[in-house]
Design a protein around this ligand. Structure first.
Ligand code: ADP
Ligand code: MG
Length: 346
């Protein structure tokens, strides 16, 4: 055979970085999730989000957290820079949401990124722009309150195919809305606001609210008044689960299920399906519950880095943990069911 042999060339660094970034940030909602988690890590109590064109034109998040030190502006958007991790071992211990120092770097490779931030120590805020992981010019001093404003403009301006593959701005906005509602329910002490550029808030939760009140605000009274608290602690399997689930009097065609593992919104199809299956005994055919769960696992038992968007996680003893949760759920529902019978007979 005498075919032409291909010449192997190394890709340009910028291209490599853009490909990697495109895996982390697949659509506007992925970028926003990272930014919300950064704001929460920075202990913010107020997070305001502004969106234009489904997040493709503008995605802005303002918080009142710790802020970023001026000295850190230089390297903050380089890949694998983080204030949350110093050694590989820390990856296991980390209690914060971010851990790879990749989010801001990735965003800067696929969008125009600007950061304004002020710490408690600084007398003024600083503002800087970033491109492909690098700071453009010097941070400029300006007036501002403590906290950080991250502005992401023209997402995927350099990835035409990606941009075309995305859904309509209103569908991207819907994904963003869903994400913010879930983080708002999970973090009721933090006030969240979400709006489209030039319109009023589509969502606003108060600071120091609680889970049920936020569910009421977002999903309405029918779900909120049907909620029961669900709590299990299992020392052998090293997990702690807290959440709110609807009792058997509530049912809906749409299955609402969301799960946080160690405060990170993740998918877990196994748990989602098993819980729905338990409810099937109690609910009318093709109807489903509302389920919000917060699962705390020993972080040594979780591997968050199986997927670039960190959307799916692997954890040890998954089958046993799911089994233990569904058994407890069944008991809980039986309890709420007998309460209903008693109530209707009374
Ligand atoms: P990671 O969150 O994994 O550390 P990121 O790229 O998301 O990586 O962020 C890099 C660093 O920027 C963080 O470690 C943090 O120090 C800082 N940072 C990012 N966003 C904020 C924010 N909203 N408030 C304060 N610091 C922030
Ligand atoms: Mg982060």
């Amino acid at each position: 055979m005498c075919g032409k042999v291909g010449v192997i060339k190394k890709l340009d660094n910028d291209v490599i970085n853009r490909i990697a970034a495109g895996e982390v940030i697949q659509r506007p909602v992925n970028a926003l999730k990272e930014l919300i988690e950064n704001s929460l890590d920075a202990k913010s109590t107020n997070i305001q989000i502004t969106i234009k064109n489904g997040g493709l034109k503008l995605l802005q998040i303002q918080d009142n957290g710790t802020g970023i030190r001026k000295e850190d502006f230089e390297i903050i958007c380089e890949r694998f820079t983080t204030s949350k991790l110093t050694e590989f071992e820390d990856l296991q211990k980390i209690a914060t949401f971010g851990f790879r120092g990749e989010a801001l770097a990735s965003i800067s490779h696929v969008a125009h990124l600007s950061i304004t931030s002020k710490t408690k120590m600084d007398i003024c805020a600083y503002q800087a722009e970033y491109n492909d992981g690098k700071l453009k010019g010097q941070p400029k001093p300006l007036a501002g309150n403590q906290g950080t404003v991250i502005t992401v403009e023209d997402l995927f301006y350099n990835m035409t195919v990606r941009k075309q593959a995305l859904r309509t701005p209103s569908e991207e906005y819907q994904k963003i809305y869903d994400l913010v509602t879930k983080y708002a329910i999970h973090n009721p002490t933090v006030g969240f606001a979400l709006k489209k550029h030039t319109s009023s808030n589509d969502l606003r939760t108060p600071i120091n609210s609680n889970h049920i009140e936020n569910v009421r605000l977002i999903y309405g009274n029918t779900i909120a008044s049907g909620l029961i608290e669900f709590h299990i602690e299992n020392k052998d399997l090293e997990f702690n689960l807290k959440g709110y689930i609807t009792n058997v009097n509530y049912s809906h065609k749409k299955y609402q299920f969301f799960l946080f593992i160690n405060n990170r919104l993740v998918d877990c199809q196994g748990l989602k399906k098993s819980i729905d299956a338990i409810y099937q005994t109690y609910l009318p055919k093709n109807n489903h519950p509302f389920v919000y769960l917060s699962l705390e696992l020993n972080s040594y038992n979780v591997d968050v880095n199986v997927h670039p968007t960190k959307h799916e996680v692997n954890f040890l003893n998954e089958a046993e943990i799911i089994e233990s949760i569904t058994t407890a759920l069944e008991e809980k529902l039986l309890g709420s069911n007998s309460a209903r019978i008693f109530y209707t007979q009374a």
